[in-house]
Ligand binder design. Sequence first.
Ligand code: ADP
Ligand code: MG
Length: 246
Amino acid sequence: EQQVEAERKRLGVVVHGEDVPKPVGSFVQASLPEHVLGTLRAAGYDAPTPIQRQAWPIAMSGRDVVGLAETGSGKTLAYLLPALVHASAQPPLKEGEGPLCLVLAPTRELACQIESEAARFGAPCGVRTAAVYGGVPKAEQVALLRKAPELLVATPGRLNELLSKKKTELTRCALLALDEARRRYSREAAEIQPRLGFEPQISAILGHMRHDRQSLLFSATWPAEVQTKVLSFLSDQGRPFLFLSL
Ligand code: ADP
Ligand code: MG
């Protein structure tokens, strides 16, 4: 206990929540599938980053996480590996079935980056991945969805379009990850393209999902004016969740 406290202090980690599981010290301790460990070794990664060490045991115990950590701290794998563990524990989906895990990202570039990371770790475990985002024709994405990816990465606007056209559904989707949902846009960018509609878009998507889903929210920024809204995206306000910042 004291050791964990001392380490959190050393890393500057602030943890909120009840009965928060201890951080893992290594990849092996994190009970990751053998194929995931193989990919981590092949990538030359030595050890989990602080946010991964803290977030994995919580996420893998089924609890919600709000993880705040600076850019470059390894947030993507902090939610992707628990998502892959969840997906690989389920029987493979049949053609046309909706995903088991959903990752929402604010931009097409980010969605593509996340999907390629998800495919790198997911493919060896037999987890199919796909990304859908705006600015490109829908037909190709509709074809990808028909192949029933277990893990889907999406921008909210395009996913809502596809949901309303019944090209996918989220009834089996029990894990939501929100990446950089609170990204702060420069004033200039905000003037050119007011970011109206992002939160309603997310709320609409949540309306398609199971109420008992698990939510993993990761961001580099945490502006005061959006905290209440973002926390309302957590699945169950009554369930203990972790909030950590690094
Ligand atoms: P963030 O989302 O917090 O900005 P990323 O998830 O994009 O950070 O990770 C930044 C880089 O660090 C990526 O190239 C990623 O592959 C790499 N990375 C992630 N986890 C580890 C790790 N445990 N050890 C070494 N590199 C890692
Ligand atoms: Mg990131």
